[in-house]
Design a protein around this ligand. Structure first.
Ligand code: FE2
Length: 512
């Protein structure tokens, strides 16, 4: 058990993660700086021809607040707050980041009550955001960008953008990144309270953006330390108390973004996007895709981190898993949005920053099966080959347990949207194989949609699907609600706020 490790050890671990290329100080050449300025010019030019690119603009303001206009019949029982997070400041002065993931985080809240729906949003005031605002230019290396003028990094959280997801847990609201610590946010005002450390001994130890919460509130998470080639595992109780933290060596190491937890095991995929420290490249560019190498699957006993196995599958890339569970015979089943390679991250999310339209190159949902008696693994697609998916979510009440329903964003690769992004929302039943989908008009670009249970309902029974979409034609943002049983009938109500927001990542719904 590493919980007994001293603070110096964990600081050493954190410093080891600074071995990443993103954290190596290297000034850019004149040619690179000129190229940086051209990114902004290319984006502005492309925006005139493709107005949907507005979702990759920097947020028009550092804070927003408005009442939403509702059309349709918003369900009376659907009350609570939808919190969302995502990159929102993509430029500082005339310097534009070279990757979508580099933007500083903005936290949003759609508050749904008997009085109606209101929206507010605020930039998360991280160390990075505040110090760069004072300086007037980029100071820190990003995930896929090395700015022209950089200052030395001494703390893994100094470049923390807090821009991936949000975690409501033990009466706190935390904004999550994956390379460092969470940032605590006031759940009512959305003001940034400060960086959050679960203990003084774990300051700066990476805490991924996709913790898994069991129905009783128990929290599991992981982090990766590229320079040290370590995967770290977190186990907290429902009150946020650290119960255990451990580490396992992974050499080679990649950048796992999400993981799976069952009643007995933790499962991580390490694709062959192998990290090699570099003095002169961004963190992303310090990784090399090696498709001839296997994707390694780490299966860990969640109550004894010293017990683990490595399995192998053909090379593949996954950002997100829906859920996982295991039966009494020791068969683990889980699903994931499987890409053939990480080109969407390496190329597409970089290209959009200079105005290049995506090519609907998304993932195909697969189910994986691990037999813990033989330590074998298999995989198979679960949807027709023309349906591509991402952002799989479940009813949170069956997290780590047997489940049958996935909610995902989707697109039909034979009928891609004008804007090239995922354009639909899909419900899929793993037991029956049935699915139904709704596709938004081309003037809208949807973001992650979530399942919200009807109060008093049994798990995976009645409820709604809610999610945001960007109406780039009207320059407005919609919050859409569907009856989960009839998604294909379209939204039953839409709440619209009178401004465009930047394209974001993940959210969580907190019921009243
Ligand atoms: Fe994610």
């Amino acid at each position: 058990m590493l919980f007994t490790m001293n603070r110096r050890y964990f600081l050493k671990l954190s410093a080891a993660s600074l071995g990443s290329g993103a954290l190596q100080m290297a000034g850019l050449s004149i040619a690179q700086q000129v190229n940086s300025a051209s990114w902004q010019m290319k984006f502005k030019t492309a925006l005139k021809e493709n107005p949907w690119l507005a979702i990759y603009q920097t947020a028009a303001n550092e804070a927003f607040a408005s009442r939403a206009e509702v059309v349709g019949h918003w369900p009376k029982e659907l009350k609570g707050v939808l919190y969302r997070n995502g990159p929102a400041r993509h430029e500082i002065g005339d310097f534009r980041y070279h990757h979508w993931f580099d933007g500083d985080g903005m936290i949003q809240a759609f508050e749904i009550s008997a009085d109606g729906i209101t929206h507010k949003a605020k930039m998360i005031r991280t160390h990075k955001f505040k110090s760069e605002k004072v300086a007037g230019h980029a100071l820190y290396p990003g995930f896929g960008t090395l700015p022209p003028e950089q200052i030395p990094i001494t703390d893994p959280d100094s470049m923390n953008t807090a821009n991936i997801s949000v975690l409501p847990h033990h009466n706190k609201l935390l904004a999550l990144w994956e390379g460092g610590s969470p940032w605590e946010i006031d759940p009512d005002t959305l003001e940034t309270r400060g960086i959050h450390h679960f203990t003084e001994h774990t300051a700066g130890v990476p805490f991924s953006a996709h913790p898994r919460i069991e129905p009783d509130g128990t929290l599991w998470n992981f982090g990766y330390l590229s320079g040290a080639r370590l995967i770290v595992f977190w186990h907290l109780n429902r009150n946020g108390k650290l119960l255990n933290i451990g580490k396992i060596k992974s050499d080679p190491i990649s950048m796992p973004h999400d993981f799976v937890v069952t009643s007995r095991h933790i499962i991580l995929m390490i694709p062959p996007l192998n990290f090699e420290p570099s003095q002169h490249s961004s963190f992303l560019d310090a990784h090399q895709w090696q498709p001839d190498k296997p994707t390694r699957i780490l299966v860990v006993d969640k109550y004894d981190f010293s017990k683990y196995r490595w399995l192998e599958l053909p090379s593949q890339w996954i950002f997100h898993f829906g859920n996982g569970w295991e039966d009494s015979a020791g068969i683990i089943r889980f699903d994931g949005a499987r890409y053939i390679d990480p080109s969407i991250m390496i190329n597409t999310f970089r290209d959009v920053m200079r105005g290049v339209t995506p090519l609907a190159n998304f993932s195909r949902q697969h189910q994986y099966q691990i037999d813990t008696r033989k330590w074998s693994i298999s995989e198979a697609p679960i949807l027709p080959s023309d349906i591509l998916t991402e952002f799989p979510v479940i009813d949170p009440r069956v997290s780590t347990r047997r489940y049958s329903r996935l909610i995902m964003l989707c697109t039909n690769k034979n009928q891609p949207a004008l804007h090239g992004h995922l354009n639909g929302v899909c419900s899929f039943n793993l037991d029956s194989g049935k699915h139904n989908s709704y596709y938004y008009p081309d003037t809208q670009i949807p973001e992650e949609h979530l399942f919200v249970a009807k109060p008093g309902s049994k798990p995976e029974s009645g409820g709604w699907v809610i999610g945001t979409s960007h109406d780039w034609e009207k320059n407005k943002t919609n919050l859409n609600v569907f009856d989960v049983e009839t998604i294909d009938a379209g939204p039953i109500a839409i709440a619209t706020v009178p401004y465009a927001l930047p394209f974001g990542l993940h959210g969580k719904f907190v019921e009243n």
